[in-house]
Each structure stands twice: as structure tokens, then as C-alpha cells.
Write a protein that binds this ligand. Structure first.
Ligand code: GRF
Length: 203
């Protein structure tokens, strides 16, 4: 399976996927990394790992859909069968998740459906949550609301700041995302309405 990763910044989840894909028995390869931001640190990481990269600057497009179509063409040029959003900070037009239906996933640093959107670690702290974590889900036209594939939980500690909580969650993100991409590549995921079944994993 060829995976295309969309990033806008640091790219630590992208790096975790690239690293996983290097292990001999991994059923997916990272075919391309696309960023809407030319200065994204993750682009350099990808290049150093020998992964093709592309920049599609969103400001050069009159609307979201025309940007999305160019990103999509870039992914298709590389034969991508799964799109993984990894810190991609653009809201997409409905066209994109429709075009890639059930072939596009995202990672989000909260236990959805709690805390969609931005600055979610601070939101979890402010809400007094005792547990937070991360979610990998299929992407639909509704922001952070597609069918949930997998989650990992971490404690929220009394002394936590948004940064310390984010770091604890990130360690789980780096474990969870490669696992889910593996499941997808092995054909083990099936979506029925809002529920995802994972073949071979007790649930
Ligand atoms: C991660 O916390 C991810 O869950 C969220 O954005 C952050 C991206 O970090 N969607 P990185 O670029 O993968 O390091």
C-alpha cells in the first residue's frame, strides 16, 4: 500500500510512520509527503529519509476546493491508496474527504468526540478531565468527527500543563498511528455507519 502524508509543521507523526514503514515486514510504504507550508520542519525530515516531498501553497488558490484538487492530484501521481493527515492544519473542502472516502485518516490529540478543534490539551485540562489521549479516525466532511478506528488513553496529572500533557499524548500518537496504518494496509478495517470493525483485534 502506498501512503501519502499531509503535514503543515513539525511532522513527528509523519516521522513515526516513515520509521515504521522502514521495518521489513511493514505492509505500507510512504510514497509522498505533501505540505501546504514550504517551511514545515517535517519536509526536511522526510527528505533526509529519502521520501519524496511536495509543497502546495494554499495561498495560491482562489478557494479550498481548487487547492484540494491539486493536493489530490499530487497524491494520485504517486499512486497513493491511503491519505494520512498528520498535523495538517487546513480545513478541507467537502470534495476532498468525499473523493478519498474511507481512504483518509487523521490523528487527533484528544479522546474524540471530546474536544474537537484546536488547543485541545488545554481544553482537556480546563474541563478537569482525568483521562485524555489520542484518536485515529476516518476523515469525513465534518471536522474531527469521522468514524473512530483506535484510541489510546493517558492520565491527566494535577501538575500538567498543555505542554506536558501534549508530550504524554504524543508518545501514544507515535505508537497508535503506525498501528492503524498497518491495519488499513492489511485490509482489516471495515466501516459500517459510524462504527469501524478491526478484524483480528478483540474489541
Ligand atoms: C499532533 O498532536 C496531532 O495529533 C495533531 O497535530 C499534531 C501534529 O504534530 N493533529 P506532528 O506534526 O505530527 O509532530
Amino acid at each position: 500500500l502506498k501512503v501519502g502524508i499531509l503535514i503543515s509543521g513539525r511532522g513527528s507523526n509523519m516521522a513515526a510512520l516513515i520509521e515504521a514503514a522502514r521495518t521489513p515486514d511493514y505492509p505500507a510504504e510512504i510514497a509522498v509527503v505533501v505540505s501546504n507550508v514550504a517551511s514545515a520542519a517535517g519536509l526536511k525530515t522526510a527528505q533526509e529519509a529519502g521520501v519524496p516531498t511536495a509543497v502546495v501553497p494554499h495561498r495560491e488558490f482562489p478557494d479550498r476546493e481548487s487547492f484540494d484538487r491539486v493536493v489530490s492530484a499530487e497524491l494520485e501521481k504517486h499512486g497513493v491508496g491511503l491519505v494520512a493527515l498528520a498535523g495538517f492544519m487546513r480545513i478541507q473542502s467537502p470534495w476532498f474527504p468525499t473523493h478519498w472516502k474511507n481512504r483518509i485518516v487523521n490523528i487527533h490529540p484528544s479522546l474524540l468526540p471530546s474536544f474537537p478543534g484546536l488547543r485541545v490539551q488545554q481544553q482537556a485540562i480546563d474541563a478537569g478531565s482525568r483521562i485524555s489521549g489520542c484518536t485515529v479516525h476516518f476523515v469525513t466532511a465534518d471536522l474531527d468527527a469521522g468514524p473512530i478506528i483506535a484510541q489510546a488513553a493517558v492520565p491527566v496529572l494535577p501538575e500538567d500543563t498543555a505542554d506536558t500533557l501534549a508530550a504524554r499524548i504524543l508518545r501514544q500518537e507515535h505508537r497508535l498511528y503506525p498501528m492503524v496504518v498497518r491495519w488499513f494496509a492489511e485490509g482489516r478495517l471495515s466501516v459500517a455507519g459510524s462504527r469501524v470493525a478491526v478484524a483480528g483485534v478483540p474489541q
